[in-house]
Ligand binder design. Structure first.
Ligand SMILES: [Zn+2]
Length: 485
């Protein structure tokens, strides 16, 4: 049974509904504790996440949950268990700084996507793709239960961080979209629609009363992932933007914003915001000035490029090989192309594919600008949206960042050190350094020569525990029959 920390009986029963007892007892944790053991990882190329040249001659020593030393063979203690990793590359565990664990990433065409099992299996996929930390960028009502279950080992998966309920202007994104989809009763309660400074103060007070890692706000007139925009849709008023950010900072919480136009990002940055969580995908004009301001104020940028493709799994000749298919639950993959798939349906909406293509083009060009102006860039897959599979989308995102002009090393830094900094965990995660938590991946090949080597994760060390990703088995669930079952 998951422990949950929510106060009220009502909330507890709601959480139970979403995360029923016995959600996951992967009886065998595929790892074993190294609390009493010293591990020496030898012979591998080491990319430490800081962006400097790879080291060919160093050894990483893991003791308990942490990296205790990196250096020449002379640092290996006499009692260490030595693992020879010649021909492999060691990197920090990848950090996906923008995901939605509440969405399956499938086509919403199979009822099994909406079961707790789907969430459990998606968490396993992250490990199979070498991702050891994820940040949920939306309001997931059972985030705290999941965090606890991951910490106690009841769930197997990456470290989980995330925002609480979102803040937006009345009727604005995502409320309008949720309403159109007929999901207002289901999803609407997880967003505060604020129209006054008092509302804003109350929203931050209530959000921060939960165990959140940051605050998400929407400051956009555009529906996510499209170029459907409505000039009448409200953004947050300037004094509200200011209040939310000040109140969050007073509680040591970072503020993450969904923006689309350069002007929206500028308003957020000028109000003191911390992280722009999507590309500026609506215009190139004016973007350079915004990036210069972001660089000067150390505001980070998460481009989320893959989401604009809206279904990369269907592209012929895609990187998404049958070997990678095995790392996602087949139910989710099949759902993307099944009858009733919203991914398929979206491809027939007049103009939508063109809109997305245009958004991707602008986003790629703006990522190049962000790079030139020295903005801190982190990687986020936006997985959980329809067609954006958990874990797998990371590979596509890395590839697109590379195509936009980032070198493989820059891409790796974005997905490790910068990711940790952006989610507020830079002191303990994101690089291979003595004293940091031992979240390490071992990949076959050299990702600096070919970034797709990051798809060949052979071993994961999380919190000092060795996990063989090939041994993590997806749980199956019966196809529900009839209604109400
Ligand atoms: Zn998102």
């Amino acid at each position: 049974m998951c422990a949950d920390t929510a106060g009220s009986q009502e909330r507890r029963s709601f959480l139970r509904q979403l995360l029923p007892a016995g959600i996951l007892l992967l009886s065998v944790c595929s790892g074993h504790s190294l609390a009493d053991e010293i591990l020496a990882l030898t012979g591998a190329r080491i990319i430490d996440g800081n962006g400097g040249p790879a080291r060919e001659d160093a050894v990483v020593i893991v003791q308990g949950q942490k990296i205790s030393a990196i250096g020449p063979a002379s640092v290996i203690p006499a009692n260490a268990r030595v693992m020879d990793l010649a021909g492999k590359t060691l990197l920090p565990g990848l950090i996906d700084a923008h995901i939605h664990i509440g969405g399956s990433g499938g086509g919403a065409a199979d009822p099994r996507e909406f079961t707790p099992t789907a969430v459990e299996n998606s968490l396993l996929s992250y490990l199979k793709f070498g991702v050891t930390s994820i940040y949920d960028m939306a309001a997931h009502p059972s985030l705290n239960s999941m965090k606890t279950a991951l910490e106690t080992g009841e769930l197997t998966g990456p470290r989980l961080y995330g925002n609480g309920f979102g803040i937006t202007a009345p009727g604005s994104h995502p409320i309008r979209l949720i309403t159109e989809l007929g999901l207002l009763d289901y999803l609407g309660p997880f967003y505060f629609q604020v129209d006054s400074v008092a509302d804003a103060e109350e929203a931050v007070r209530r959000i921060s009363a939960e165990q959140v890692d940051g605050i998400k706000l929407f400051h956009s007139r555009v529906e996510a992932g499209t170029t459907r925009f409505d000039a009448d849709m409200d953004k947050l008023k300037p004094e509200i933007l200011q209040t939310v950010i000040e109140q969050a900072h007073a509680r040591r919480l970072r503020v993450y914003a969904h923006t689309s136009f350069p002007s929206e990002a500028r308003e957020f940055v000028e109000a003191g915001g911390d992280v722009v969580v999507h590309s500026i995908h609506m215009a190139e004009t004016g973007a350079r000035d915004v990036f210069e301001l972001m660089a000067a104020r150390d505001v980070a940028y998460i481009p989320t490029l893959a989401v604009f493709e809206g279904g990369y799994t269907m592209e012929p000749g895609s990187f998404f090989s049958p070997q990678q298919h095995e790392k996602v639950w087949d139910v989710l993959l099949a759902s993307i192309t099944a009858p009733g798939s919203v991914v398929l349906a979206s491809r027939t909406v007049p103009g939508l594919l063109n809109d997305r293509e245009r958004s991707l083009e602008i986003s790629m060009a703006n990522l190049a600008r962000a790079l030139q102006t020295g903005v801190k860039i982190a990687m986020g897959s936006d997985a959980g949206n329809a067609g954006m599979l958990h874990g797998a989308t990371v590979l596509r995102e890395l590839q697109l960042m590379n195509e936009a002009g980032m070198t493989p090393m820059q891409v790796i830094v974005a997905a490790t050190r910068n990711g940790a900094e952006v989610i507020g965990r830079g002191e303990e995660l994101g690089t291979l350094e003595a004293g940091k938590l031992a979240d390490i991946i071992v990949v076959n090949g050299d990702p600096l020569q070919d970034l797709s080597a990051l798809g060949n994760v052979e071993l994961v060390v999380k919190n000092g525990k060795i996990i063989n990703p090939g041994e993590l088995e997806f749980k199956e669930v019966q196809q529900p029959t009839g209604d109400g079952s």
